[in-house]
Design a protein around this ligand. Structure first.
Ligand SMILES: [Zn+2]
Length: 367
């Protein structure tokens, strides 16, 4: 091969590689292979699109930013008005976010891949950093459960600030009437669902969910319990240190809860509970207890647990405390709740601190 042939061969290779990249890139970014796009795209866009190792998302951001920056290209006969491939332009048109901070996010991969000489083009965007949001007020959700068998205690709980969530046992004769009373007073109501504790612990009550029940029986017991507490927006477990650690049983309960549009509050009666993580996997609205207010029933102990709840809310942004209708618990709450706002906290119902994101939905939205 003589010198002239060698030069021609190299030149042909360069042209083929360049063309090939464009032809491959176009379908990757959602458009069709389009010669006019490759030949008439703005120099900037073309350079970025054909950079070796350029990921599709980087190329797409580059196209979108170039379009928004007002880069125009010459229309070519028989093609659409712009020379950017149709797919790229429709991405830019449909998902180009108007906000400056979003433009900054889109421009971030661009600034890394650009040559230093081009960086000046997006500097004005970078001069407007995202403003930090104002610090939100820490939220505290108080839940009183084990309600229903003692009418006087339930009515005292209903008289608390309506931000307090109230959970009723399904076997209590007055459960439905008290739940209706609670809802009328503005409380969110939960079913306090009896579940099997570890061997030797107390009886959770009739129709409790037990490990090893056939699926149809789990659904029947849950359906019965929900019918006993009409208007419940979700459920939390009563006892359940054994059942909540059983993945198969909890999956049945949580899928049923999701189909009914309910949330699950994990009382976390055991560190082995799979309730919260299993709920997360199916995208069920969920929450988990941070503090038990009255494992020790005295006004001093309850007050100390409420202080702990405030500390967690300050650190995490929110905290969930579960208490029971003991006179000491209710008395301390009666004096603690009215001053909560002045201490810089917001009392909220359980729905306000529940996690609602759906991991499957979030996955399908990823580029
Ligand atoms: Zn309970």
């Amino acid at each position: 091969m003589d010198r002239r042939t060698a030069v021609l061969a190299v030149a042909a290779t360069v042209v083929l590689v360049g063309f090939g990249s464009g032809a491959i890139l176009a379908p990757m970014i959602g458009g069709e292979p389009d010669d006019s796009a490759a030949t008439t795209a703005p120099p900037n866009t073309e350079t970025l699109a054909l950079s070796p190792g350029q990921a599709p998302i980087g190329a797409r951001s580059a196209m979108a930013v170039s379009n928004r920056a007002g880069v125009r290209s010459r229309p070519s006969p028989g093609s659409e008005a712009s020379a950017v491939p149709r797919g790229a332009r429709s991405i830019a048109a449909s998902s180009a976010p108007p906000a400056i901070e979003t433009a900054l996010e889109w421009a971030a991969p661009l600034s890394r891949s650009r040559a230093p000489a081009d960086r000046g083009r997006i500097t004005p965007i970078l001069l407007h950093p995202r403003q930090p949001p104002a610090a939100p007020v820490p939220k505290i959700a108080i839940v009183i459960d084990d309600l229903g068998h003692n009418r006087a205690a339930a009515e005292r709980a209903i008289a608390l600030d309506r931000a307090v969530t109230l959970a009723f046992l399904p076997d209590a004769e007055a459960a439905a009437a008290l739940a209706a009373e609670a809802r009328a007073a503005g409380h969110e109501v939960l079913l306090h669902m009896p579940m099997e504790p570890i061997a030797g612990a107390a009886d959770p009550g009739p129709n409790a969910l037990r490990v090893g029940l056939v699926p149809a029986e789990v659904r029947r017991r849950l359906g019965w319990a929900l019918s006993r507490v009409p208007g419940a927006i979700g459920l939390n477990n009563h006892m359940g240190s054994k059942f909540t650690a059983d993945g198969a049983g909890m999956a049945l309960v949580l899928v049923e809860a999701k189909e009914r549009g309910l949330l699950f509050l994990d009382s976390r009666t055991t560190a082995d509970s799979v309730g919260f993580s299993a709920a997360a996997r199916i995208g069920l609205r969920r929450a988990a207890r941070d503090v038990f207010l009255d494992n020790e029933v005295s006004t001093e102990a309850v007050a100390a647990q409420l202080a702990e709840t405030e500390r967690i809310a300050t650190a995490q942004g929110s905290a969930i405390a579960i208490g029971h209708p003991h006179p000491a618990t209710l008395a301390v709450l009666e004096s603690w709740l009215p001053g909560l706002a002045n201490r810089g906290f917001l009392a909220t119902p359980i729905t306000a601190v529940a996690t609602a994101d759906d991991p499957l939905l979030a996955e399908s939205h990823q580029p």
